[in-house]
Design a protein around this ligand. Structure first.
Ligand SMILES: [Fe+2]
Length: 297
């Protein structure tokens, strides 16, 4: 099984887009990417916009030309692009249930997407709780898992791909996991490669200190007890330049247990590019440049 992380915070944008290829199936999970509209009170700069365009083109090309099945884990624009509805034609499309266990904002976006799907003749299926076989490749979907520490953000669906004795688990926006149900689902599946978002440490008290502690405790537990070959942490957690310091206890256990802990970029053998987290630093640099040029001669 080949797992390619196409876009994520460590690759410079908000996303958890992944392409999985097995001998039976080409699967695209969460085909979308976006930018943080305001970080440190600052909008994205040209570097971020250009990078977003580059990565979105790559994702869209895979959606159009390669993917046989597509999953949308929830209705946030860093996980899908409604403008691409036409490109889903002729594929198996698995969607987070658009009506149940969903908040109002996402339910509205889901209906807009379904309208577009209908106009292009795109068929879709509810993902939650499903188990599907494509040849010898098995895909399992979780039930609804809470989006982060609070129920008001609705829920997401996790995806498991099993092929040739390997198990890959993608769980978007579970913010940790903080929820016991999400943790238990991961345990049950025994993934060899586990890709989770990690909590939004950059939000600090807005995320909740207790929830942050719980997320770290759960990640330590997963490494200690489940021992996947590789734990990939990205998305919310990689909006924080100090993510490795926060994750220190996870790295310690991982070292003892022989578990690799990586960002998406590192998993893809690339240098992490935390463009959003570095936004303020880039703005400062630009301002300084302008200031120096104004100093008279
Ligand atoms: Fe997200």
């Amino acid at each position: 099984m080949e797992v390619k992380i196409l876009a994520s915070e460590s690759l410079g944008v908000r996303s958890m887009a992944v392409f999985v290829r097995t001998k039976d199936l080409a699967l695209l999970i969460d085909p979308g990417a976006a930018l943080g509209p305001k970080r440190y009170g600052l909008p994205p700069d040209k570097i971020e916009w250009e990078h977003l365009g580059y990565l979105k083109n790559k994702i869209r090309a895979l959606l159009r030309e390669e993917a046989q099945a597509v999953v949308i884990t929830h209705y946030h624009y860093d996980h899908y692009d409604p403008e691409w509805a036409k490109d889903f034609r002729g594929k198996r499309v698995f969607l987070k249930d658009p009506q149940t266990n969903i908040n109002r904002n996402q339910a509205k976006r889901a209906q807009e997407l379904l309208k577009r799907f209908a106009s292009y003749g795109v068929f879709w299926e509810i993902a939650e709780g499903r188990r599907e076989f494509f040849g010898e490749t098995e895909i399992i979907f979780s039930g609804p898992l809470t989006h982060g520490p609070e129920k008001r953000f609705g829920s997401v669906v996790a995806v498991v791909v099993k092929s040739g004795g390997k198990v890959f688990l993608h769980s978007s926006d579970i913010s940790g996991p903080v929820e016991e149900k999400a943790l238990q689902f991961i345990y049950q599946q025994e993934p060899e490669v586990l890709f989770v978002d990690g909590p939004g440490t950059y939000l600090g008290p807005r995320f909740g200190q207790d929830a942050l502690k719980l997320a770290r405790k759960n990640l330590v537990r997963l490494v200690e007890e489940l021992r996947p070959a590789c734990l990939i942490l990205d998305h919310h957690l990689l909006r924080d330049l100090c993510w490795k310091e926060w994750a220190e206890p996870i790295f310690e256990v991982a070292e003892r247990r022989g578990v690799k802990v990586k960002s998406g970029a590192e998993f893809m053998l690339q240098k992490p590019l935390l463009l959003e987290a570095l936004r303020r630093a880039r703005y400062k640099k630009t301002t300084q440049k302008v200031d120096t040029s104004l100093i008279p001669g």
